[in-house]
Design a protein around this ligand. Structure first.
Ligand code: ZN
Length: 264
């Protein structure tokens, strides 16, 4: 029973933070403060009342429309809140089943939220803000000194360098081959940040998983899209984010299985 209550509590906290994730996705690329003015309807600019700003519930009560002007509210807002809620539950699952400690739980919450913000900003604006990745690199390197982390500080620093160097090389080679920017500076900094949190082995895994996802989704999108051009313009950041979370939770296991498999 206590277990269910704790899961529900973590999920609700995830929804509330998810509401803040929406604010960040909208404001960070537009260079608006994420703290000061209260949320406004993007269509009529009227401030949204606190009661109309409850995660999920307000969207349902308002029928997905602004109370003031009736403009449709994107279904993405509740989706992002739900995604953050589920990611928090996934993180909490780590602790509850005794596989990890509270320090790693906090890191998992942080990564879930920052990755979710990066996922949608890159999808919408094709940029990954430095404010998220540079601070992420510093936090990643700093927490590696904490005794609760599995990653030693040396692994974290090597991961940071390899992540950055590997993606910088791919970007350089890609630019030569495709004669246009294949991977941006944002992707390189994101890879360096992931390296700082995950270590060098996992950053190689991230590259493999992200490329695999990129190819699979790319083919699906090109086959299903009516205009072929828009399908090919999916940025790499979202794939990196999904791969990064997979590596954070299951990287060690995947690498172990892989090594057992090839040593047979
Ligand atoms: Zn409105």
């Amino acid at each position: 029973m206590l277990e269910i209550i704790s899961f529900v509590f973590v999920f609700l906290v995830g929804l509330i933070v998810g509401s803040f994730v929406n604010v960040c996705i909208y404001r960070i690329p537009r260079k608006i403060s994420i703290i000061k003015p209260r949320s406004r309807c993007p269509a009529c600019q009227s401030p949204i009342k606190a009661l109309d700003n409850i995660p999920l519930i307000s969207f349902v009560i308002l029928g997905g429309k602004c109370r003031n002007c009736g403009a449709k509210i994107s279904w993405r807002y509740p989706l992002v809140e739900l995604a953050n809620g589920f990611l928090y539950v996934l993180a909490f699952n780590l602790i509850l089943h005794g596989r990890d400690n509270w320090g790693i739980f906090v890191v998992a919450l942080y990564l879930s939220t920052v990755f979710l913000i990066i996922f949608f900003i890159d999808l919408d604006f094709r940029i990954i803000p430095d404010s998220l990745t540079i601070s992420g690199i510093i936090i990643g390197l700093a927490v590696s000194f904490l005794p609760c982390m599995h990653l030693r500080w040396l692994d974290s620093f090597v991961g940071f360098f390899i992540g950055g160097a590997l993606f910088l090389t791919i970007a350089e080679v890609g630019d030569r081959i495709f004669k246009k920017e294949s991977m941006g500076g944002g992707d390189i900094k994101l890879a360096a940040m992931m390296g700082a949190f995950l270590g060098w082995k996992n950053i190689l895994l991230v590259l493999v998983i992200a490329s695999f996802l990129g190819v699979v989704f790319g083919v699906v999108l090109i086959l299903s899209a009516k205009d072929k051009i828009s399908a090919r313009t999916i940025p790499f950041g979202p794939y990196l984010v999904i791969a990064g979370l997979i590596a954070f939770y299951w990287g060690e296991q995947i690498i172990r299985y892989y090594l057992e498999f090839i040593s047979r």
